[in-house]
Design a protein around this ligand. Structure first.
Ligand code: NAD
Ligand code: GLY
Length: 368
């Protein structure tokens, strides 16, 4: 068992990582109940696969669940479902001091976190992430959001959870493709500033994806420690350190937009291809070696993740893809900061990338 603290003064909280911890939810989560009742928000898939475990654990501590079920999928991060969720929470008479449990992937975590941040001017929430992406990234750090017509995650808040409970065994029911997509975010931590962890991923990424419990737990713990340190240092992404977590996301956003934010390319898959593109673009600029860019590409390819435009099912030309980037929420004062690399584990934020050059690079990638 590991406990990682996110050190944020009065907003500090613990992240507990332990296989089987969902089955002891009575001991870990019953304290968040009021009058023996805990409100749990989840989606249809997770309700079928994991809610019975949470329910049994809580019953053992004489705590009953009031479940709120939402449809699975990115479309649930919408005004419509936010309103539905807020109405359901109000009907259950949630008070400001209460805790709401978010059981699910990044969609449920982002939506419940946002609802909790505005319900009665803010109530508490606990994250129980059940996808690899949510366990290593979205459940930690307090970014909450829904999507707008103008783009993804454009309406949201910073609202830290009170506690995060990670049970790696919940991944046993997660479809392989979702696990692989989440693995891209694990690799990201190595590429940002931990070359030794990237080398570990090269050696053990295949084991993790095959469900090896030790590799899985180790990767989750290392990722969570990396994210907790970054969030503690730059909670609101003001110093630039937290922005490093967006490695691969600007290219990835363009690829996701081009595939209509559909199942054709999952978020983590877009990030994987985006990281490979960021490294190859860095090599083209002479910032990092071609060998490092090739290592990144080769690893992503070896685990079956998209690593270029064609494996991401993207056919658009460079200017079209750059056009998508301009709608990215990372645009600031008319410029688009880019995450580039001087090598594996040496990512940095560059504010002077010429978008016409990025378009030319993407056209070269398209022709390759
Ligand atoms: P998701 O929440 O849609 O989950 C993926 C699919 O897996 C869904 O169909 C879900 O029902 C199913 N599922 C979840 N857990 C399961 C389990 N244990 N067993 C069986 N099925 C399960 O997607 P995601 O990849 O977890 O999250 C993506 C979202 O996260 C995006 O909206 C993205 O914007 C957001 N995100 C937020 C942050 C942040 O810092 N807040 C960071 C990264 C991504
Ligand atoms: N996933 C990016 C962040 O939390 O800042």
């Amino acid at each position: 068992m590991a406990i990682v603290n996110v050190a944020l003064g009065e907003r500090s909280y613990d992240i507990l990582i332990e296989s089987g911890s969902l089955d002891r939810s009575g001991a870990l989560l019953a304290k968040y109940a009021r009058k023996g009742r805990l409100v749990v928000v989840t989606d249809d898939n997770v309700a079928a696969a994991q809610l019975p475990r949470l329910d049994a654990g809580l019953r053992a501590a004489e705590t009953r669940i009031a479940p709120i079920l939402l449809p699975a999928g990115e479309q649930t991060k919408s005004w419509h479902h936010l309103e539905q969720l807020l109405d359901a929470l109000l009907a259950l008479e949630i008070e400001r001091g209460d805790h709401v449990i978010a059981l699910g992937g990044g969609v449920i975590g982002d939506l419940v976190g946002f609802a909790a941040s505005i319900l009665k001017r803010g109530c508490h929430f606990v994250q129980v992430p059940t996808t690899l992406l949510a366990q290593v990234d979205s459940s930690v750090g307090g970014k909450t959001a829904i999507n707008a017509k103008a783009g993804k995650n454009l309406i949201g808040s910073f609202h830290q959870p009170a506690f995060v409970l990670i049970d790696p065994t919940t991944l046993d029911s997660l479809p392989d493709r979702e696990t692989r997509a989440g693995y891209a975010e694990v690799v990201k931590y190595g590429l940002i500033d931990d070359a030794e962890f990237f080398a570990w991923c090269e050696r053990h990424g295949g084991d993790l994806l095959a469900g090896d419990p030790e590799a899985r737990t180790r990767a989750i713990e290392r990722s969570v420690r990396a994210k907790a340190a970054i969030v503690a240092d730059d909670e609101r992404e003001t110093s630039g350190r937290r922005a490093l977590l967006n490695l691969g996301h600007t290219f990835g956003h363009a690829l996701e937009a081009d595939t209509g934010f559909s199942d054709m390319l999952l978020h983590g898959e877009g990030v994987a291809a985006g990281m490979a593109l960021a490294f190859r673009y860095s090599a083209r600029l002479g910032l990092c070696s071609a060998g490092d860019a090739e290592r990144v590409t080769a690893h992503l390819k070896s685990v079956g993740l998209p690593h270029d435009l064609s494996s991401a099912h993207v056919t658009a030309d460079g200017p079209t893809l750059v056009g998508h980037m301009l709608h990215d929420k990372k645009m600031a004062a008319g410029t688009l900061p880019f995450l580039l690399a001087r090598g594996i584990g040496q990512t940095f934020l560059s504010k002077d990338v010429a978008l016409s050059d990025v378009a030319a690079f993407l056209d070269e990638e398209r022709a390759a």
